[in-house]
Ligand binder design. Sequence first.
Ligand code: PSU
Ligand code: MN
Length: 329
Amino acid sequence: MHVSRLAVPVTTAAKARLFSSVASSKFKVSQSVKAALKSGQPVVALESTIISHGMPYPQNVETAMAVEDIIVKNGAVPATIAILQGKVHIGLEKDELEQLGNFGKKARKTSRRDLPFVLANSLTGATTVAGTMVLAHAAGISVFVTGGIGGAHRGAEKTMDISADLMELGKTPVAVVCAGAKSILDIPKTLEVLETQGVPVTTIGESAAFPAFYTPDSGVMSPCQVPDALGAAKMIHANQEMQLQNGMVFAVPIPTEHAADSRNIAQAIGSALKEASNNGIHGKEATPFLLKRITEITKGDSLKANIALVKNNAAIGAQIAVELAKLKK
Ligand code: PSU
Ligand code: MN
């Protein structure tokens, strides 16, 4: 490929074209998100499976609203993404967030492969990291904040249970800001798959350790480290300038004052995994089951950590989006 072609920046106009080419009748973009996208203001996508399946009601709704506020306070526009009765919403109103949170697990967990079924049958779907990346990209949003990504499950060498999140990260240019991956997963295998998929994995901050969601250090190093949001934004900008079509993972360790007790968490995860196996829980039910049991076994301690880390990710993610918007001017 000729170098001058590589250097062409992805313009807002190009994004708008992309969006209109994906059946815009299926999309409802909120006023605030539409205005921000049009003028090149920073926008941060948020997923909805974390609301429907990742946390119990009403903490899920409270957290979703608090996260949106944090993004606004840090200078960006939040765009929570979900499918409501067959319509893709980019940006939810407060009453829609409340409805989805209350609906909970009755919403269909929607990864990439579930999109056609949910849309064709006018269902309500809560999008996973993979599902949200697809829709965020279609809308022209390149920064996305969540709690934790899916990954290779323990025993994946036999079950082949590897989250579609990892493959999506390989092919969709959206940067995902998270607190690493839970140790319900096999973290070394998860990082191996991301390497195979060509996904840069970068820890933000003073430590180079890849964080383990509830705790700041998984015992495995991240391949890359940047000191702050600007460092992350520069990497996203470079990825875009090169027109690399892969996604990126930015891992933000949970602040130590909010971290869960690592022994308690390890025990809870061990019990939850045993229960899942004894009850034959697998496929898309595995992750929600494990999240719910860990919250119950730790009597809400893990939920507290989960809420704190999502809020922290929201602040950093918004700062990344702000820095990225400046770099693109
Ligand atoms: N990990 C968490 N909280 C979550 C999820 C993962 O700590 O809520 C959700 C995300 O939506 C993620 C999905 O994309 O679970 C992964 O599910 P699966 O492993 O079935 O791909
Ligand atoms: Mn799976």
